[in-house]
Design a protein around this ligand. Sequence first.
Ligand SMILES: Nc1ncnc2c1ncn2[C@@H]1O[C@H](COP(=O)(O)OP(=O)(O)O)[C@@H](O)[C@H]1O
Ligand SMILES: [Mg+2]
Length: 242
Amino acid sequence: MVNQKGGVGKTTTAVNLSAALAIAGKNTLLLDMDPQCNATTSVGIQPTDRHALIGENPIEDNIRRVEPSALSIVPGSRSFQDLDRLVNSTHNDATRVKNHLDHAFNQFDFVLIDCPPSVGSLTQAALTASTEVLIPIQCEYFAMEGLTQLIQTIKKAIETTRGRLSFGGILLTMYDPYLELTKEVDEEVRDFFGESVFETVVPLDVALTEAPSHGKTIFQYAPRSRGAYAYSQLCMEVLQRD
Ligand SMILES: Nc1ncnc2c1ncn2[C@@H]1O[C@H](COP(=O)(O)OP(=O)(O)O)[C@@H](O)[C@H]1O
Ligand SMILES: [Mg+2]
């Protein structure tokens, strides 16, 4: 989940799409790479002192289960030291991060990475390790602003990975069908990105805002909510595209 803007739904999507994939029977890992650790605390887990990607230990040692679901998580770390090492990574650090990620990718059907709101080194490390990038876009004024820079960064990563990384899709979030503005953003984004935009849109739903404070995914907190419905629809679309 990548977008250098904060508050567009990256974390909400990382948490609830991975929960939906786990419910669908896919062996799924949620990997928190944002030092704010919102994905980690959203599912009721404590951030770790040091990030598993930086440590010597095999990544399995740091994988936790999100009870009672079948979802696994590598918790985030708030350590500035870790951040510094990830950002200014020496060749050794970068290789270790890549090995850890490759190892994790081999064990799971899906690994979803929650990225920080930047196109800095953390996001670049996530991009070069990934096979697909999903961009959540909030339906608001200036929704498309800054996207050119983001797309440049993604293009560079696609070159670096010699095509391993591809464009996974654009997701419209906080969608209010009664707002003229939402419809305008929807049209503009679909005109520009065409097929890459998911048919599913995630509506504005207060349950999605409340669930994290209970340490629950939307499927545990409000399984009949519009948010839960949207994320299960998105999950089906992802599985169909896979
Ligand atoms: N569809 C939605 N409806 C209502 N609130 C939402 C929705 N998606 C996200 N939010 C809320 O908006 C805020 C920002 O979302 P978040 O997923 O944390 O964004 P990001 O990770 O991109 O910074 C959070 O408070 C979250 O609970
Ligand atoms: Mg976030």
